[in-house]
Design a binder for this molecule. Structure first.
Ligand SMILES: Cc1cc2nc3c(=O)[nH]c(=O)nc-3n(C[C@H](O)[C@H](O)[C@H](O)COP(=O)(O)OP(=O)(O)OC[C@H]3O[C@@H](n4cnc5c(N)ncnc54)[C@H](O)[C@@H]3O)c2cc1C
Length: 450
């Protein structure tokens, strides 16, 4: 069998794998990164359909988050445009959208909800269901600052203690789906507080102006220019483990097995796959039980093409947090601020939605039907010139709500996980994946001297 030697072998080119590879090669380690598909970036990449550049998952990257920090450190060129404005769109009945202030977005949203509720009650001649904005915000802010006792209850149950207002609940539910991929009736109050505490530290949201894959390729350039290699269409088949120590990888290249000897192995394939690749027999039952607490969580991803811009009703240009719809929870009319993502004269809208429960299997046909109804309600131009280019369910391996986090190192010495599956409490998305890469790369640097 063909053999090669590297300091570090990395399985998978998601944000976690590429960030770990770029950091380590920048620090002088000889890195090999292998990716099973032909495309770099995993769920932060680009798929081209009919000249439209579609994201394979993420679209809104946190400015000032770990991903941007790593790109700066390693000198990777990052093309991002800031999302100009963000809006709230509340329900299909009220038909109004509101600009999100850059600071104090949640109290502003609850004030809107409160006045909508008062108007609705006046019209129907009954008592308004109080939102208690001041009280909810005061306690929410205490929770975010870590001053509220973290009870072991869901966020919905926490909120129910202060308000029964349906729109207020739907508002928080939409935010929860967007930042945690879970509903408020699934995620724990403590997790929501931790996430919002972290989100307050991000400056803005940025969109890759020529598609995510271009930014991922910038990290590939860093690895290659520091003497490392990146192999695509090369699935890792087995992690070589001897006496509790990771020694390398068997990878398939051009139809043949190739042995890679390395001093550390980093897996971005997800902890469940990592265990399979290294062989279950090499792990104690307590670790295997921990891994069972990960869940494949599906998010609905919809790409819509149109001849005219699919803005909200009043022509608002930015992204929108959608509240109280059947499925959709956010929408970003990408070509309104990055025209390169569609063929000349065409427009692209990216939407994300959540099905009612992560525990139930997702029926794609049903999701497409419900999503289409949401699109018709929210974007008047959709029925005239829009069409769904692609609607899919994209799965992420995430810790179950309220469950213990998976450590980034493993019981096998020199074997580490990076990516979504090992995100820490209070982290999410690409920033969390990059954060895990930074931690693992730092451990490897300490343990393996050049
Ligand atoms: C619909 C949706 C919308 C999202 N929106 C946002 C957003 O707006 N902002 C944000 O920050 N985050 C968002 N996220 C989350 C974001 O996409 C992820 O947090 C991030 O991309 C995670 O990357 P990862 O490091 O876990 O790697 P992954 O993306 O999981 O990549 C893993 C890679 O490993 C490869 N691989 C697997 N097995 C092998 C093997 N045996 N050999 C070789 N290669 C292998 C895979 O092919 C893949 O390329 C969204 C996610 C989804 C699903």
């Amino acid at each position: 069998m063909e053999k090669h030697e590297f300091d570090v072998a990395i399985i998978g080119s998601g944000v976690g794998g590429l960030c770990a590879g770029a950091l380590l090669s920048h620090w002088g380690y000889k890195v090999l990164l292998m990716e099973s598909t032909s495309r770099l970036g995993g769920r932060c990449s680009t798929e081209e359909i009919e000249g439209f550049k579609l994201s394979t998952g993420a679209v809104a990257l946190h400015r000032g988050g770990a991903f941007e920090d790593i790109c700066k450190e390693v000198g990777a060129e990052l093309e991002l445009v800031n999302m100009p404005h963000q809006f709230y769109r509340i329900g299909s009945i009220e038909g109004e959208s509101y600009e999100m202030p850059s600071k104090g977005a949640i109290p502003a949203l609850l004030d809107i909800v409160s006045s909508l509720e008062a108007n609705r009650a006046k019209m129907l001649g009954h008592m308004a269901k109080e939102v208690a904005v001041g009280k909810v915000m005061n306690l929410f802010s205490r929770g975010v600052r870590g001053e509220e006792k973290a009870e072991d209850i869901t966020f919905r149950d926490w909120l129910l203690k202060y308000t029964e207002n349906d729109l207020a609940h739907k508002t928080f539910d939409s935010m929860a789906c967007n930042v945690t991929s879970y509903h408020t009736y699934e995620v724990k109050a403590s997790e929501m507080f931790a996430l919002f505490a972290r989100m307050g530290t991000y400056a803005a949201l940025g969109v890759s102006s020529s598609g995510n894959e271009e930014n991922m390729k910038s990290l590939e350039v860093v690895i290659r220019s520091n003497g490392g290699e990146v192999w695509t269409e090369c699935p890792a088949q087995r992690i070589i483990v001897e006496n509790g120590l990771a020694k390398g990888i068997i990878v398939q290249k051009d139809g043949n097995g190739v042995e890679i000897a390395s001093r550390a192995v980093i897996s971005n394939a997800g902890p469940t796959k990592t265990v399979k690749l290294a062989g279950e027999d090499n792990f104690e039952n307590s670790y295997l039980d921990l891994i069972k607490k990960l869940n494949p969580v599906g998010m609905i991803l919809v790409h819509v093409a149109s001849d005219k811009p699919l803005c909200l009703e009043r022509g608002e240009l930015g992204g929108a947090l959608l509240v109280g719809l059947r499925r959709l929870t956010s929408a970003f009319p990408l070509t309104n601020f990055s025209s390169e993502l569609a063929p000349p004269g065409k427009h692209l809208l990216y939407c994300v939605g959540s099905s009612p429960s992560y525990l139930e299997p997702i029926n794609l046909e049903e999701e497409i039907e419900q999503t289409t109804l949401d699109l018709r309600d929210q974007f008047p131009e959709f029925s005239r010139s829009g069409r769904i280019l692609k609607c899919e369910v994209v799965y992420q391996e995430l810790p179950q709500p309220g469950r213990v986090r998976i450590p980034r190192d493993t019981p096998i010495k020199n074997l580490y996980n990076v990516g979504d599956g090992v995100q820490a409490l209070g982290e999410g998305g690409t920033s969390a994946a990059a954060e895990s890469a930074k931690e693992v790369a730092t451990i490897v640097k300490k343990r393996i001297k050049l």
